[in-house]
Write a protein that binds this ligand. Structure first.
Ligand SMILES: O=c1ccn([C@@H]2O[C@H](COP(=O)(O)O)[C@@H](O)[C@H]2O)c(=O)[nH]1
Length: 308
């Protein structure tokens, strides 16, 4: 899948990920009304609304982008129907040729991590049948439990040719409370970056490793250091747009080959129609507004790469 991700990025010339984080508040009223007429103001109604919203955004953007990143929390809040919408979204995006990064942030003791890895990247054996649970291409993984939590994911990645993005330096304001703490005189995120590089050496694709890293756009200097520590790791970069990250901050997350990083924006794309800049599209044109926001984001990042 890392090879597919690189191929999709080369084809679209857009190292970006659309984050499918559908809060009900972002779903235009006409989409909500239709879903509620059919299913009532229920979890099923909410799940239908977010699925229809996602489908329209994917239809409006899939030819411009290499990948999507559905954030599972946004679906889990609607219980089992919400998880159904997550699965429908994953399947639909894959039908459209997109690489799907499940932002699930899993990781536990070994036996439990093994089940998480199967749930999101693998197949589960049911009697004589091998069944596909959620079927994403990549999953985000929390490294706090160390190799016990990561190795089961690496095993499934090897079997299924899937990948992971390990949280190294997250984009949120308080990430430094733990991730920046010095260990032997160096910040913890650097040590985690070294672990990612070592885990990744065991599982290489053609150019990049199946083991990538999450590093926030909001910490560009740290991104520069981490790029050097993990030269073969793809970096998934959240924090662009709504959290303040800009294209000009991101050039050092990329390698000299123009590859090596993929930048996520969720609210900035899926709720673009609410921004003044894209106001002309109105609620009815929400998917066109998302398309315009994708085009602007891709241009912003390509410009930053060309300027360095
Ligand atoms: O360090 C991290 C890791 C993950 N995220 C996730 O990315 C998106 C960001 O959404 P925006 O609307 O573009 O801010 C969201 O799903 C987060 O859970 C992150 O922001 N930072």
């Amino acid at each position: 899948m890392i090879n597919q991700l690189v191929a999709n990025i080369r084809k679209t010339k857009a190292p970006i990920v659309v984050g499918l984080d559908p809060m009900l508040d972002y779903v235009p009223k006409h989409v909500q009304d239709k879903a509620f007429q059919e299913f009532g103001e229920t979890l099923e109604g909410a799940a239908e609304a977010i699925w229809q919203f996602n489908k329209a955004i994917v239809d409006g953007t899939y030819d411009l982008i290499p990948a999507v990143k559905p954030q599972i929390a946004m679906y889990e809040q609607f219980g089992l129907p919400g998880l159904g919408a997550f699965k429908k979204t994953v399947d639909y995006c894959k039908e459209k040729g997109l690489v799907v990064i499940g932002d699930v942030k899993r990781g536990d003791i070994g036996s439990t991590s093994a089940a998480y890895a199967i749930a999101h990247l693998g197949h589960v054996q049911v009697g004589s049948k091998s069944c596909l649970p959620f079927g994403e291409d990549f999953a985000t993984v929390n490294p706090y439990l160390g190799s016990d939590g990561i190795n089961p994911f690496i095993k499934v990645c090897r079997e299924e040719k899937k990948g992971i993005f390990v949280l190294v330096k997250t984009s949120n304001p308080s990430s430094g409370e733990i991730q920046d703490q010095p260990v032997d005189g160096r910040p913890l995120y650097e040590l985690v970056g070294e672990k990612v590089a070592a885990w990744g050496d065991e599982l290489m694709g053609d150019e990049y490793s199946y083991v990538g890293a999450v590093v926030g756009a909001t910490y560009p200097e740290m991104g520069k250091v981490l790029r050097k520590i993990m030269p073969k790791a793809y970096i998934l970069v959240p924090g662009y747009g709504a959290q303040g990250g800009k294209g000009k901050d991101l050039a050092h997350f990329f390698n000299e080959d123009g590859l090596g990083a993929i930048v996520n924006s969720s609210r900035g794309i899926i709720a673009a129609y609410k921004q003044e800049k894209y106001g002309k599209y109105g609620e009815e044109g929400f998917a066109e507004a998302s398309r315009a926001a994708v085009e602007d984001m891709a241009a912003d990042i390509i410009e930053a790469l060309n300027l360095r």
